[in-house]
Design a protein. Structure first.
Length: 139
Protein backbone atom coordinates (compact mmCIF):
# COMPACT_ATOMS: atom_id res chain seq x y z
CA UNK A 1 0.00 0.00 0.00
CA UNK A 2 1.17 3.52 -0.84
CA UNK A 3 0.74 6.66 1.22
CA UNK A 4 0.77 10.30 0.11
CA UNK A 5 0.71 13.43 2.27
CA UNK A 6 0.60 17.09 1.34
CA UNK A 7 -0.28 20.33 3.10
CA UNK A 8 -2.16 22.94 1.10
CA UNK A 9 -2.14 26.56 2.23
CA UNK A 10 -5.03 28.99 1.81
CA UNK A 11 -5.50 32.65 2.60
CA UNK A 12 -8.99 34.13 2.74
CA UNK A 13 -8.62 37.92 3.01
CA UNK A 14 -12.06 38.33 4.60
CA UNK A 15 -13.17 37.07 7.99
CA UNK A 16 -15.31 34.35 6.36
CA UNK A 17 -15.43 32.64 3.00
CA UNK A 18 -15.74 29.39 1.10
CA UNK A 19 -13.20 28.13 -1.44
CA UNK A 20 -13.75 25.25 -3.84
CA UNK A 21 -10.52 23.29 -3.36
CA UNK A 22 -11.49 20.33 -5.55
CA UNK A 23 -8.93 21.20 -8.28
CA UNK A 24 -6.06 21.22 -5.76
CA UNK A 25 -7.28 17.94 -4.27
CA UNK A 26 -7.43 16.37 -7.75
CA UNK A 27 -3.84 17.52 -8.37
CA UNK A 28 -2.82 15.72 -5.17
CA UNK A 29 -4.59 12.57 -6.31
CA UNK A 30 -2.76 12.61 -9.64
CA UNK A 31 0.59 13.28 -7.89
CA UNK A 32 -0.02 10.37 -5.50
CA UNK A 33 -0.37 7.82 -8.29
CA UNK A 34 -2.96 6.03 -6.16
CA UNK A 35 -5.79 4.47 -8.18
CA UNK A 36 -7.76 2.65 -5.45
CA UNK A 37 -7.99 3.81 -1.86
CA UNK A 38 -9.15 6.59 0.39
CA UNK A 39 -8.49 10.32 0.47
CA UNK A 40 -8.68 12.27 3.72
CA UNK A 41 -8.82 16.05 3.61
CA UNK A 42 -8.94 18.03 6.84
CA UNK A 43 -8.56 21.57 8.07
CA UNK A 44 -5.61 21.89 10.43
CA UNK A 45 -7.00 24.95 12.21
CA UNK A 46 -9.85 25.06 14.72
CA UNK A 47 -11.61 27.98 13.04
CA UNK A 48 -11.75 26.48 9.53
CA UNK A 49 -13.50 23.49 8.01
CA UNK A 50 -13.50 21.14 5.06
CA UNK A 51 -16.83 19.86 3.75
CA UNK A 52 -18.50 18.44 0.66
CA UNK A 53 -21.42 20.12 -1.04
CA UNK A 54 -22.63 21.77 -4.24
CA UNK A 55 -20.68 24.65 -5.82
CA UNK A 56 -23.66 26.99 -6.11
CA UNK A 57 -23.40 30.63 -5.07
CA UNK A 58 -26.88 30.87 -3.57
CA UNK A 59 -26.17 27.87 -1.37
CA UNK A 60 -22.95 29.47 -0.13
CA UNK A 61 -24.87 32.64 0.76
CA UNK A 62 -27.42 30.44 2.56
CA UNK A 63 -24.60 28.81 4.54
CA UNK A 64 -23.25 32.24 5.48
CA UNK A 65 -26.66 33.51 6.59
CA UNK A 66 -27.54 30.31 8.46
CA UNK A 67 -24.20 30.13 10.28
CA UNK A 68 -24.41 33.78 11.27
CA UNK A 69 -27.89 33.15 12.71
CA UNK A 70 -26.66 30.15 14.68
CA UNK A 71 -23.44 31.76 15.94
CA UNK A 72 -23.39 35.51 15.28
CA UNK A 73 -19.99 37.16 15.38
CA UNK A 74 -21.25 40.12 17.41
CA UNK A 75 -21.61 41.01 20.11
CA UNK A 76 -18.30 39.33 20.85
CA UNK A 77 -19.05 39.58 24.57
CA UNK A 78 -21.61 36.75 24.20
CA UNK A 79 -18.81 34.16 24.01
CA UNK A 80 -16.87 33.14 27.11
CA UNK A 81 -13.97 32.15 24.83
CA UNK A 82 -13.54 35.80 23.86
CA UNK A 83 -12.69 36.69 27.48
CA UNK A 84 -9.21 35.35 26.65
CA UNK A 85 -8.69 38.36 24.41
CA UNK A 86 -9.85 36.57 21.25
CA UNK A 87 -12.77 37.68 19.09
CA UNK A 88 -13.40 34.37 17.32
CA UNK A 89 -15.68 32.41 19.63
CA UNK A 90 -18.25 32.25 16.83
CA UNK A 91 -15.65 30.81 14.41
CA UNK A 92 -15.04 27.81 16.68
CA UNK A 93 -18.76 27.05 16.77
CA UNK A 94 -19.14 27.48 13.00
CA UNK A 95 -16.27 25.05 12.42
CA UNK A 96 -17.97 22.49 14.69
CA UNK A 97 -21.15 22.75 12.63
CA UNK A 98 -19.48 22.55 9.20
CA UNK A 99 -16.99 19.83 10.13
CA UNK A 100 -13.28 19.23 10.28
CA UNK A 101 -12.72 16.71 7.50
CA UNK A 102 -13.98 14.65 4.61
CA UNK A 103 -13.07 11.17 3.43
CA UNK A 104 -13.63 10.28 -0.22
CA UNK A 105 -13.21 6.91 -1.89
CA UNK A 106 -10.73 6.77 -4.77
CA UNK A 107 -11.82 4.46 -7.57
CA UNK A 108 -9.92 4.00 -10.84
CA UNK A 109 -7.82 7.08 -10.03
CA UNK A 110 -10.83 9.36 -9.54
CA UNK A 111 -12.70 10.78 -6.57
CA UNK A 112 -15.81 8.66 -6.17
CA UNK A 113 -18.23 11.59 -5.97
CA UNK A 114 -21.97 11.73 -6.36
CA UNK A 115 -23.55 14.29 -8.69
CA UNK A 116 -22.54 17.90 -7.94
CA UNK A 117 -20.22 17.00 -5.05
CA UNK A 118 -17.19 19.22 -4.59
CA UNK A 119 -14.73 19.74 -1.70
CA UNK A 120 -14.72 23.12 0.03
CA UNK A 121 -12.54 24.93 2.50
CA UNK A 122 -14.64 27.01 4.89
CA UNK A 123 -12.96 29.91 6.65
CA UNK A 124 -14.56 31.47 9.74
CA UNK A 125 -11.69 33.57 11.14
CA UNK A 126 -9.64 34.51 8.10
CA UNK A 127 -7.10 37.13 7.13
CA UNK A 128 -4.15 34.78 7.59
CA UNK A 129 -2.73 31.65 5.96
CA UNK A 130 -4.03 28.30 7.14
CA UNK A 131 -3.33 24.69 6.22
CA UNK A 132 -5.36 21.81 4.90
CA UNK A 133 -3.95 18.29 5.09
CA UNK A 134 -4.43 15.85 2.21
CA UNK A 135 -3.63 12.22 3.03
CA UNK A 136 -4.20 9.49 0.45
CA UNK A 137 -3.69 5.78 1.07
CA UNK A 138 -4.15 2.90 -1.30
CA UNK A 139 -2.66 1.24 -4.33
Amino acid sequence: MKSYRKELWFHVPARRGFLNITPQILDCLVDSGIREGLLLCNAMHITASVFINDDEGGLHQDFERWLEQLAPHEPISRYLHNRTGEDNGDAHLKRSIMGREVVVAVTEGKLDFGPWEQIFYGEFDGRRRKRVLVKIIGE
